[in-house]
Design a protein around this ligand. Structure first.
Ligand SMILES: [Zn+2]
Length: 177
């Protein structure tokens, strides 16, 4: 089971997360999960998810998927009142620092946005989100970009398949390691 990749969508069908206009964090997270899952399956990687399509299970259910996977990543967007805030970051324990930095670099290069924290990595207590159960159970929370930043949100819609492919390539590397 060591090469199973788990990818889950932040928030849930009952919790939209952060919003900007009509865009909702939970929808972006599910979209990202679905696209990354597509690329992983195409590459022959065994993948676990917290739903397909618009289905997005709760955090407590997502956490149960982490065990026995090579890596588990949950997708989120950052959001703050200052609309200029920018960049990608991953919240994870220090044993996932290197993979967190690779995931962040993939997003940063594709979107042309900055790396936050230590080349993208931040310790689990540094985030705006307090869904640390995912991190304390061995997962990585990937805050793709700021949904509150109109420019970053526009880049997401323009390039989301490319962003998903870049992230999937990092995960395929882990699965085949
Ligand atoms: Zn979130």
């Amino acid at each position: 089971m060591k090469n199973v990749i788990t990818i889950t969508a932040g928030h849930s069908n009952t919790d939209p997360g952060a919003c900007n206009g009509l865009s909702r964090e939970a929808d972006i997270a599910a979209d990202m999960r679905n696209m990354v899952a597509h690329y992983l399956k195409t590459a022959g990687v065994e993948v676990r998810t917290d739903g397909e399509g618009k289905r997005n299970l709760s955090l407590s259910q997502a956490v149960t998927l982490i065990k026995n996977s090579a890596v588990a990543v949950e997708f989120h967007c950052n959001s703050v009142s200052d609309k200029r805030a920018t960049g990608v970051e991953a919240l994870a324990s220090s044993n996932h620092k290197t993979i967190s930095q690779k995931l962040c670099k993939a997003v940063a290069d594709e979107m042309a946005i900055p790396l936050r924290g230590d080349k993208g990595w931040k310790p689990e207590n540094a985030g705006f989100h307090h869904r640390l159960a995912y991190v304390s159970n061995g997962g990585i929370i990937l805050e793709l970009f700021f949904i509150s930043n109109d420019d970053e949100l526009a880049i997401w819609y323009a390039k989301k398949w490319l962003i998903a492919r870049a992230v999937a390539q990092v995960l395929i590397g882990v699965a085949n390691d």
